[in-house]
Design a binder for this molecule. Structure first.
Ligand code: FAD
Length: 398
């Protein structure tokens, strides 16, 4: 074994893409992350470079101008980006989910309308399920699209927690429609809302009120979105048919879970790197703290968790790429990677002693970022629901 989190069996192209991203992270993200984070400043230069590198089109098919890469390649790039700064992986995460949903469920016209511009990063995606009163319980969505004539809809309601809500220019929003009202999730529909970037009333009836203040995950904007009699057309419905939005979003967040796993792997790797470096530099009682068995064992535990998380994440991505159902694998990966990330980050923080609490040391940022991974794309409790449901399906006793 050499370094942690290696991935055997990659093609030359995959290796090259991941190596390029790693070098970009080491040169341009890690040296700037703390300053941008503390200023809560949007990483515009880094994002511009990511556009040039083609990262916004990584998984968009070549026919639409993207690189047509696999979920595994994407996840390995995200792991590297999050190793540098979790907020950077957040910039492309929602974009990737919306592009994925469009590719899988969009009409031909919708793919032509959005995917080429998404591949270059000109159009940037955000997705919106959550509302002030709900997150896990998606089927309880209250925002409503009422029929208005034969081809129109009027949308009213409040959405919450949109990652990239202001910087995005295309929001995939899940709202309630009147069709198929027999089951709560049959009357949910995804509307594609193309809007200008920015705050305020960006379209008649669409307002992005403000940036939400957060514990961490700074630099990128997380916002509310208010629909106030926003007029949409039937052409804006993802796939053209109302009532299918719940399935679209669940498909999108399933790949999103692999993506969150990859982010957790990246943050945990960075926490480990910082800990093993610090443990060799800091001395107490006449020797480097790495030579105290308690610290050495802590490093061993951290490394084992980093390795296990990486393997679970790669397995879930490969399963999806092979066309197999991966809800349980993605749920397990998301659950394990995010929990291990929180544990590894906490262990690294402890190794840093008092300096772990200083804003001059990177670990303080990781301590604020890691908890989000326990929540986003479904909490650990929701992952355990998905996993146990899948297990009972597979091991059913007749
Ligand atoms: C920084 C940030 C960015 C986000 N970005 C987005 C985004 O881009 N788009 C978007 O749509 N949403 C986004 N979210 C919202 C996120 O997906 C939700 O916060 C998350 O799904 C949890 O929902 P909730 O906060 O409403 O918690 P709740 O659903 O109210 O859950 C509260 C607690 O109850 C537990 N719980 C809930 N139901 C059950 C159950 N049946 N059994 C056991 N325990 C349960 C949960 O695990 C949790 O511990 C973001 C959130 C944050 C903080």
């Amino acid at each position: 074994m050499t370094r942690l989190a290696q991935t055997p069996g990659l093609t030359d192209v995959q290796q090259e893409i991941v190596a390029n991203v790693r070098s970009f992270v080491d040169k341009q993200i890690i040296p700037n992350a703390q300053e941008l984070e503390h200023a809560d400043e949007y990483p515009q230069e880094i994002v511009d470079d990511m556009r040039k590198m083609g990262l916004f089109g990584l998984m968009i098919p070549e026919e639409y101008g993207g690189l047509g890469e696999s979920l595994l390649t994407y996840a390995l790039c995200v792991e590297e980006l999050a190793r540098g700064w979790m907020s950077i992986s957040g910039v492309i995460n929602t974009h990737f989910i919306v592009a994925y949903m469009l590719r899988r469920h969009g009409t031909g016209e919708q793919k032509q309308r959005f995917l080429p511009r998404m591949a270059t990063g000109e159009v940037r995606g955000a997705f919106s399920m959550s509302e002030p009163e709900l997150g896990s319980d998606v089927a309880a969505i209250k925002t409503t699209a009422r029929r208005d004539g034969d081809t129109g809809y009027v949308i009213t309601g409040q959405k919450m927690w949109l990652t990239n809500g202001a910087s995005s220019t295309l929001v995939a929003a899940l709202v309630r429609t009147e069709e198929g009202a027999d089951k709560p999730h049959r009357n949910l529909t995804t509307f594609l809302v193309e809007k200008p970037a920015g705050f305020g009333e960006v379209l008649p009836g669409v307002t992005i009120p403000r940036k939400l203040e957060k514990l961490g995950y700074m630099g990128i904007d997380t916002t509310e979105l208010v629909f106030d009699d926003y007029r949409a057309s039937a052409d804006d419905i993802l796939g053209g048919v109302p009532g299918k939005g719940f399935g679209h979003m669940m498909d999108g967040i399933e790949v999103g879970r692999v993506n969150v796993s990859a982010r957790a792997c990246g943050v945990a790797q960075r926490a480990f790197e910082l800990a093993i470096r610090y443990a060799q530099q800091r001395s107490t009682f006449g020797k480097p703290i790495a030579e105290h068995q308690a610290i050495a064992f802590s490093l061993a535990e951290m490394a084992t968790k980093v390795e296990a998380a990486h393997l679970m994440m790669v397995n879930a991505a490969r399963l999806k790429d092979s066309g197999e159902r991966n809800d349980v694998a993605a749920g397990m990966a998301k659950y394990l990677c995010s929990e291990y990330c929180a544990e590894v980050t906490q262990a690294s923080f402890r190794i840093h002693g008092g300096y772990g609490y200083s804003k001059e040391f990177e670990i303080e940022r990781l301590m604020r970022d890691a908890p989000f991974l326990l929540i986003g794309e479904g909490t650990s409790e929701i992952q355990k629901q998905i996993i146990s449901k899948g297990l009972l399906r597979e091991y059913r006793e007749h």
